[in-house]
Design a protein around this ligand. Structure first.
Ligand code: BGC
Length: 381
């Protein structure tokens, strides 16, 4: 039996726009109305069914859950906060606590209130302060209910799709703007970190960072390319917030080998399945000397043929990293339930739990029970 450390957190993750449904006032909903993106509509109706979903998480032996708060619900107009929505998320947090599930709360998982975009989005010079005011509100309201905060989900993925590739709002294509936004997100994170700590010194704060395992064949130029890519993609943002994080959240999905033509097993979205990469990125993150939570790792796999093995294989490599001294303290599978996969819509199925979008019925997939066994045993055979 490969045992994980005592108090290891076993969970799964979601984000507001992807699962809640009924969100109208953010830039993604607006882009959907303009037919630039698929509609999220009622999504997985988690806004209404969260208790049921948390019952399932509990039944699956999970003791932690990561979810995000929808900014446009909390602050529908600039500087105006909606107490009813704040109460909603308090109920969500209580529902988790009642089930013995530790919440990890993401403050910003991509969609933005329309008013925020109208005043320049992340390119406005005061965007960090506008964000920090929202964060301050959350920290005051949820003090005592939340210990773990994730300020920003995957800053580089967001900035790259929104400002470099132009596939997500605000649909810009400029490398320098992408870098600028990335820098501004780091500024916003640092300010948010300070505000939360002033209100609740016990709070543990980090970001969820998508890191990629870059490697190369023997070619010296490929080796250099891998090094530069890793510095830029993996290290740059984390270095800039090194003094402002209590833990590192790692989202692991990708590897890239420069100069490699080998074919790898694929998931439903055509991404390579490469479990060893999670070990490599964990080892790389060890240099920060902070606890690490794997805040996302998952697979779109509609017929559930690969998910069980995917989770086990990744966790084997996580275990090896822990054995070698990396301080990994939790793992969140992405995702608890099927959801809206951004510009790809509802096609990809990441859930441990299948959602029938015609009636929002939930059905636990067989792989979820395999994961549940690991959660229960705090390890695996
Ligand atoms: C994101 C999730 C997304 C998942 C699968 C991560 O980049 O944080 O929102 O659904 O990957 O693409």
């Amino acid at each position: 039996m490969k045992k994980f450390p005592n108090n290891f957190l076993w969970g799964s993750a979601t984000s507001a726009y992807q699962v809640e449904g009924g969100i109208e006032d953010n830039d993604w909903a607006e882009a959907a109305r303009l037919e630039k993106l698929p509609e999220a509509g009622k999504a997985s109706n988690h806004y209404n069914l969260y208790e049921k979903d948390f019952d399932i998480a509990k039944e699956l032996n999970q003791n932690a859950h990561r979810f995000s708060i929808e900014w446009s619900r909390i602050e529908p107009e600039v500087g105006i906060f909606d107490q009813k929505e704040i109460e909603h998320y308090k109920s969500v947090l209580r529902a988790l606590k009642e089930r013995g599930i530790e919440p990890f709360v993401t403050i910003y998982h991509w969609p933005l209130p329309i008013w925020f975009g109208d005043r320049g989005g992340w390119l406005a010079s005061d965007s960090d302060r506008i964000f920090a005011r929202y964060v301050e509100k959350l920290a005051n309201e949820f003090k005592g209910l939340v210990k773990y905060w994730i300020t920003i989900n995957e800053p580089l993925i967001y900035a790259s799709a929104g400002f470099r590739k132009g596939t997500w709002p605000p649909f810009q294509k400029n490398f320098f703007t992408f870098v600028k936004v990335t820098n501004q997100l780091a500024v916003a994170h640092r300010l948010a970190y300070e505000r939360i700590k002033e209100i609740d010194p016990q709070a543990q704060i980090g970001v969820a960072k998508n890191n990629i395992f870059f490697e190369a064949n023997d070619n010296i130029f490929n080796k250099l390319a891998a090094k530069i890519a890793s510095r830029f993609w993996n290290d740059r943002f984390l270095n800039s917030i090194a003094e402002h994080q209590d833990f590192i959240g790692l989202n692991y999905y990708f590897h890239k080998k420069f100069g490699d033509k080998k074919k790898y097993e694929k998931n439903d979205m055509g991404w390579d399945i490469y479990p060893k990469g999670i070990y490599k990125v964990l080892k790389h993150l060890n240099k920060y000397g902070k606890p690490i939570y794997i805040t996302e790792n998952g697979i779109p796999d509609a017929n559930d043929k690969k998910r069980g093995r995917f989770i086990k294989d990744h966790l084997k490599w996580v275990h090896k990293a822990i054995e070698e001294g990396v301080d990994v303290e939790g793992y969140f599978y992405w995702s608890l339930i099927d959801n809206y996969e951004w510009d790809k819509g509802f096609g990809p199925r990441f859930g441990l739990v299948e959602v029938d979008y015609s009636n929002f019925k939930r059905e636990i997939r067989p792989s979820a029970f395999e994961y549940a066994k690991m959660c229960k045993n705090n390890g695996m055979e």
